[in-house]
Write a new protein. Structure first.
Length: 184
């Protein structure tokens, strides 16, 4: 019962939600992989530091310590960056879910409004038909009353048949106008 535009918008939101979920999953996997690599680099750096001190080269020890400290700092920066990206993707996911829910609610409201409008149109149509048949009934009754008066010629002096004829013609005009607007 959704309109074409609503279905298209809903499918676009669903595609965006799927993309955000995929990005979130990939980012989480990348973060886990980076953590594993950081642990491996850290263990390797500690072995390198130990081998440097046993060789007696104090300069190598300081260089390896410096580089392991920098690489540890960059991985913690990368971790913070990845955490922030994960948080942003989670917020986007929540927003997309909320947007999808909002569109579903809007769709339901539009469907209910369309049903009410359709009901009002049917009611209006029924009222017009009822009015048309009432007018036809009044016209028939007035013609039934005015024909014997006209034939007998009793009220021609006071103008009653002409007045009734005028009323009948006005009612016929109203009925015909209603019939034309129904056809339109």
């Amino acid at each position: 019962l959704l309109s074409w535009f609503q279905q298209k918008a809903l499918s676009a939101v669903e595609a965006e939600l799927e993309r955000a979920n995929t990005d979130l999953r990939i980012t989480k996997e990348a973060r886990k992989a980076d953590q594993i690599l950081w642990k491996i680099d850290r263990a390797h750096g500690q072995r390198f530091i130990l081998s440097g001190t046993t060789a007696g080269s104090e300069n190598e020890f300081h260089q390896s310590y410096f580089w392991s400290d920098i690489s540890g700092g960059s991985t913690s920066f990368q971790e913070a960056l990845l955490r922030e990206q994960v948080r942003i993707l989670e917020i986007e996911q929540k927003n997309l879910i909320q947007k999808k829910d909002t569109q579903a609610a809007t769709s339901e409201i539009l469907e209910a409004g369309a049903a009410r409008l359709e009901q009002a149109v049917h009611l209006n149509e029924l009222q017009r038909l009822t009015r048309k048949y009432r007018l036809s009934s009044i016209i028939d009754q007035l013609q039934f009353v005015s024909d014997p008066i006209r034939r007998n010629g009793k009220s021609e002096l006071d103008g009653t048949p002409d007045g009734m004829r005028y009323i009948i013609n006005q009612l016929i005009a109203i009925r015909d106008e209603d019939a034309q607007t129904i056809v339109l």
